[in-house]
Design a protein around this ligand. Structure first.
Ligand code: KIV
Ligand code: NA
Length: 270
């Protein structure tokens, strides 16, 4: 099996929908690898994996470790790792250093950064130096404090125009794809129709070239904080609860373990 490359993902625009999901760990990555084109090791693991209040507190080292787990457990999916908050906003040199660290630690293929026009120079700097960049505009969770929470973006014409220009700037700077999150539908559609690189929507528009969601959000594993744009596709929580409950019952009523699960026990009818 050959792993999907960044240029292959980019070439899917206009050909077929690009299926993306997040993963942070081996059990999920192994399953996702069968079905998706691209896996994002998202900093959303701060919230769904660590129960942090927002994504600001996850570290570069944590993201590198999650990237490692996902790369070791996949063969086919293109793997992109999120640059965490404050690992790239300071300067393009800081961004290159930290992106290189992430890729060297994990062997992943690309990084994602949240930002539009102000970050375009950084995108160009990394891309020219061998690090493909997935850009991310619209609702950018790392700007939680300046936004004052998670709020849909681009609902006014003026804001929509600014985000449109952000998308154009990232595309012109060499980003290989663009996540559009939590924005007015008409904006996601307009960007998709007017830029050369694939758009990956999450609460954006059905017109986007691809879609992404947080895996835990679609499997009922996220707890009470499910965004409007997520849809539950299966109830993994119910299945896990059933298994854990059965285990607890069998240990308590002494039906597990049996001698079959022990070492050095002579087999009956062997
Ligand atoms: O961290 C994340 O999961 C993301 C998404 C685009 C879903 O950035
Ligand atoms: Na993210």
């Amino acid at each position: 099996v050959k792993r999907n490359t960044v240029p292959q993902i980019q070439a899917m625009k206009g050909q077929q929908k690009i299926v993306c999901l997040t993963s942070y760990s081996s059990p999920f990555a192994r399953i996702l690898d069968e079905f998706v084109d691209l896996i994002l090791v998202g900093d959303s693991t701060a919230m769904v994996g660590y129960n942090m209040e927002n994504t600001l507190t996850i570290t570069l080292e944590q993201m590198a470790a999650h990237g490692q787990a996902v790369m070791r457990s996949t063969q086919k999916a293109c793997v992109v790792v999120d640059m965490p908050f404050a690992s790239y906003q300071e300067s393009k040199e800081q961004a290159f250093r930290n992106a290189a660290y992430l890729l060297k630690q994990s062997n992943a293929q690309a990084v994602k950064m949240e930002g539009g026009a102000f970050l375009a120079e950084t995108t160009r700097f990394l891309t020219e130096r061998g690090i493909p960049v997935m850009a991310h505009v619209g609702l950018m969770p790392q700007y939680f404090n300046t936004m004052g929470g998670f709020k849909a973006q681009g609902l006014s014409e003026e804001m929509a125009e600014r985000i449109y220009q952000d998308a154009i700037a990232q595309s012109q700077a060499g980003a290989f794809s663009l996540v559009i999150e939590g924005s007015a539908e008409s904006l996601g559609r307009r960007i998709t129709e007017n830029i050369a690189i694939p758009t990956i929507g999450i609460g954006a528009s059905p017109a986007c070239d691809g879609q992404i969601l947080v895996t835990e959000d679609i499997l009922n594993l996220s707890g009470p904080r499910i965004p409007k744009f997520a849809k539950q596709f299966a109830d993994a929580q119910a299945i896990i609860r059933e298994g854990v409950k059965a285990y607890a019952e069998e240990v308590r009523n002494e039906t597990f373990p049996t001698l079959d699960h022990c070492f050095g026990v002579a087999k009956k009818n062997a």
